[in-house]
Design a protein around this ligand. Structure first.
Ligand code: CA
Length: 224
């Protein structure tokens, strides 16, 4: 509406929707609310949301499957809402393409901050075409893809790519998890440094042999 456009919420709990509608109204963001995945996908097709908040536990098709279907048609940022800590690995591990997640019960303020961070990032101008080469991998900042030493092209998720790009731009430096969260996720993040770890794990899996070193007690370093 005023400055932001639409946030699409796919969530079967009305109370959460009411709470978020008020919070986003205050930020000048319109909340479009769907109570099922099917309804959410229709709204996505009919509208142009700038970010999707997606509950995992939905009646009908679940949030994981909804996310996969969103990814097959759209690059819109997706933040998953999960009721269980154990689902976090699944969100990342299944490579469904979610950008972020929050666990319930979540702080509305924190969720709003994350949405704003996502919107800020997507409003930034796309990176110039530039290449960084590490350990036989060519990371293409313009195309947002990586060519492996065996010439295979790998397309990490948006967040994984941002993380890789940040490590590559700071090649050789030991970066703390807090630093990485701030730079790549764009907000101060207390506690859940696991987010970085799971994304690093995914990168290592997708880019077999990528020289991302674990710096014990600190974080990670990409060897140039
Ligand atoms: Ca639910």
């Amino acid at each position: 509406m005023t400055n932001g456009g639409t946030v699409l919420l796919i969530e079967d709990e009305e109370e959460i929707a009411d709470l978020l509608r008020m919070a986003f109204d205050r930020e000048g963001l319109h909340l479009s609310h769907a109570t099922t995945g099917e309804d959410g996908l229709e709204r996505l097709a009919g509208g142009d949301p700038r970010v999707v908040l997606l509950d995992v536990g939905l009646p009908g098709i679940d949030g994981f499957e909804v996310c996969r279907r969103i990814r097959s048609v759209s690059d819109v940022p997706v933040i998953m809402l999960t009721a269980r800590d154990t689902e976090i690995d699944t969100i990342v591990g299944l490579e469904i393409g979610a950008d972020d997640y929050v666990t319930k019960p979540f702080s509305v303020r924190e969720l709003v901050a994350r949405v704003k961070a996502v919107l800020r990032r997507s409003a930034e101008t796309p990176p110039q075409r530039s290449l960084i080469e590490v350990g036989g991998f060519v990371i293409d900042g313009g195309r947002r893809e990586v060519t492996a030493p065996d010439d295979e092209t790998v397309r990490p998720t948006a967040r994984e790519f941002d993380l890789l790009w940040y490590l590559a731009e700071h090649g050789g430096l030991a970066l703390s998890r807090a630093q990485i969260l701030e730079a790549v996720w764009g907000y101060d993040y207390f506690g859940e440094t696991r987010t970085v770890d799971v994304h690093i794990r995914q990168l290592r899996k997708k880019l077999d042999g990528i020289p991302i070193e674990t710096v014990w007690g600190v974080g990670y370093r990409l060897e140039p």
